[in-house]
Ligand binder design. Structure first.
Ligand SMILES: [Zn+2]
Length: 429
């Protein structure tokens, strides 16, 4: 009898040891962590918060509470949904009776119904959307044209101009929250679009106001280019742009590939470079045109390519083609810093000069470069000579003005009066 009792006792003891060991193991090795707590640091008018509890094992309750003075409010209370370790909840401080100012948020994760793990976040409630006052904005902008604004806000914000879904960033120019932004109306944006100013404060509160600047219709030329009979010239260009293994493509497919796919790729690269503008004004006065040059084609031309009587491709021409004698010297249109000097696909050897605050000028189809990335250039300084590198069928300069990487018509920037009346007010208080 005594032997059996001892055996049972030993068994019970072992079982207890196992349970204790298992519990201790779980308590220490499955300590949950909460990922995404930084979302609770700033609480705007409305915020959707997603927290990840990892590992989810043994977690039976998650509780998120906010404390402000004597006030305690529950932001979320519940278990983890099945098969996920994420909880998502919406916080609306005003509805919960929280006031603007500091608050403490406590995230508590409970396991085994009793064990609690707490995570504290120092939070700040700000439900006040930024106020935006427009100091200067033009009455109208041209389709394919440019504009600039000067605004003052009630607090530090991230501010941009939105034109037909395209964003143009702003730059803070003084400590009293004055911002300036230049924007363009990319070709293809309808005159019916409403240009908006969007301001987002640190907490995430957003203010959107219509700028009140109308878009004026621009009559872009339509140009038809017949490739029939020019196969050899076109062929040498497109196959070298496409690279070796694509030589099996037939003429039409190869042309489309270059004129559409490569064009899109190169436009994206230009857009990327366009984001690297300096927050300072590097230019003065009107932009200059290459001396003695003749306009071969205009900004905004809607080009239609025909081959053997059929339309095979279309594209927008987003600059001015300027021709003079072969290998003409190309001057910098205004002072700035070279942000790109290299091969840019269909644009061939290209130089891009940053003039600051989002404004850049682009020079394409050059023979080579007289400048390199990082060089400061003065207005009129020779940066290269014309040629027909890239997708060009004759010696000329393709000249473009970019705002935030979007092409706009250079015509306005060549006009001293337009700059004086439309751009200078952006810079003055
Ligand atoms: Zn061109």
């Amino acid at each position: 009898m005594g032997g059996i009792r001892r055996l049972v006792r030993r068994f019970v003891f072992l079982a207890l040891l196992l349970v204790v060991g298992f519990t201790v193991y779980n308590v220490f090795f499955y300590k949950p962590k909460v990922v995404g707590l930084e979302q609770l640091e700033k609480l705007p008018k409305v915020k959707e918060v997603t927290l990840t509890v990892t590992p989810r094992r043994y977690v039976d309750l998650v509780e998120v509470k906010a404390y402000q003075g004597p006030k305690e409010v529950v932001l979320f209370r519940g278990g983890l949904p099945p098969h996920t370790n994420q909880i998502t909840f919406k916080v609306e401080p005003e509805k919960l009776g929280l006031e603007n100012g500091p608050a403490k948020v406590l995230v508590e994760v409970r396991r085994f119904y009793v064990l609690r793990e707490g995570f504290e976040v120092q939070s700040f409630v700000d439900t006040e959307p930024p106020r935006v006052r427009i100091i200067y904005a033009p009455y109208t902008v041209l389709q394919g044209g440019s504009g600039g604004i000067r605004v003052k806000t009630s607090e530090e914000v991230e501010l941009f101009v939105e034109v037909g879904g395209h964003r143009f960033r702003s730059y803070k120019v003084s400590d009293d929250n004055t911002y300036i932004a230049f924007f363009g109306v990319p070709v293809g944006v309808s005159t019916k679009e409403v240009i908006k100013v969007v301001a987002v404060d640190e907490a995430g509160n957003k203010t959107v106001i219509p700028l009140g600047t109308g878009i004026k219709k621009n009559r872009f030329r339509r140009v038809t280019i017949d490739l029939t009979g020019r196969e050899n010239l076109v062929r040498t260009k497109i196959y070298s742009l496409l690279g070796g293994d694509l030589e099996k493509l037939d003429f039409v497919t190869a042309f489309k590939e270059v004129n559409e796919k490569l064009r899109r790729r190169d436009e994206e690269r230009i857009r990327e470079i366009g984001k690297r503008s300096r927050p300072q004004r590097l230019w003065k006065g009107k932009f200059i045109q290459m001396r003695g040059s003749k306009v071969l084609s205009y900004f905004g031309e809607r080009r239609k390519y025909i081959y053997k009587g059929k339309v095979i491709s279309r594209s927008w021409h987003l600059g001015y083609d300027l021709a003079s004698v072969k290998n003409s010297k190309v001057p910098a249109a205004n002072s700035g810093v070279v942000v790109f000097a290299g091969d840019l696909g269909i644009y061939g050897n290209t130089v891009i000069i940053d003039h600051g605050f989002g404004i850049m000028s682009l020079y394409a189809h050059l023979a080579d470069f007289r400048v390199k990335e990082g060089d400061y250039v003065k207005k009129g300084q020779i940066i290269g000579v014309t040629d027909m590198t890239g997708l060009a069928f004759g010696d000329h300069l393709h000249f473009a003005i970019l705002i935030n990487g979007y092409e706009v018509t250079p015509l306005e920037w060549w006009d001293a009066r337009w700059i004086r009346t439309r751009i200078e007010p952006v810079f003055s208080d």
